[in-house]
Design a binder for this molecule. Structure first.
Ligand code: GRF
Length: 206
């Protein structure tokens, strides 16, 4: 697919970046309808920035300390992303809550990935929450970002993952992560192909 025809994707990260890597790997396939054009981190040493550089993708550190408040930081993100004509933003392990100033700017064009079957176990330590609740099944969710508190927003794709009796947070996280790496590029592909329709809280795939 010609580069100009591909959906331009920005990715927000804070850490390891394994989901970013899944998106970069998908982007490197010529028939994939989206390409990551910029990766932005709120942490200077995020390994995700190294992954972006290694893939030849622009890697930006935007320091929250340079801004007076959350909204000013979020508006700086909006500015960096719109300057690069990004059509979709993917949060991939981005550890900040985005204000309405941001979510409004990218309404219907921002996704997040979360390591549980939402609406179960939103927020931090979703895998530990699943273990603490004795859940037998958990999983991964890709959803649109809305202006709700955390991990709300219409659900795009989900995959279930069994919780094994001897699971630790690490073993469960690894099993979920394998599904995350499959789901996120698939959700971006569906978006890029114009196959997602949102009606109220429901996302249908055409
Ligand atoms: C993933 O489990 C993702 O679902 C959650 O944070 C983790 C990020 O991992 N939001 P990575 O940085 O993509 O490796």
């Amino acid at each position: 697919m010609p580069a100009g025809d591909r959906l331009r994707v920005g990715v927000l990260v804070s850490g390891r970046g394994s989901n970013l890597q899944a998106l970069l790997d998908a982007s490197s396939r010529p028939d994939y309808p989206a390409e990551v054009v910029v990766v932005i981190s709120d942490r200077e040493r995020a390994a995700a920035l190294d992954r972006a550089r290694a893939a030849g993708v622009e890697a930006l550190f935007v320091n929250p300390k340079d801004f007076g408040d959350r909204e000013a930081f979020d508006l700086a993100l909006v500015s960096e992303l719109t300057t690069r004509r990004v059509g979709l933003v993917c949060n991939a392990g981005f550890m900040r809550i985005l204000s309405p100033a941001y979510t409004r700017a990218f309404a219907g064009r921002a996704m997040n990935i979360h390591p549980s079957l939402l609406p179960a176990f939103p927020g931090l330590h979703a895998q530990r929450q699943a273990l603490d609740h004795g859940a037998k099944i958990t999983g991964a969710t890709v959803h649109f970002v809305d202006d709700g508190p955390v991990d709300t927003g219409p659900i795009i794709l989900q995959a279930s993952v069994p919780v094994e009796p001897d699971d630790t947070e690490e073993t469960l996280s690894a099993r979920i992560l394998a599904q995350e790496h499959r789901l996120y590029p698939e959700a971006v592909r569906l978006f890029a192909e114009g196959r997602l329709a949102v009606v109220g809280r429901r996302v249908t795939i055409r």
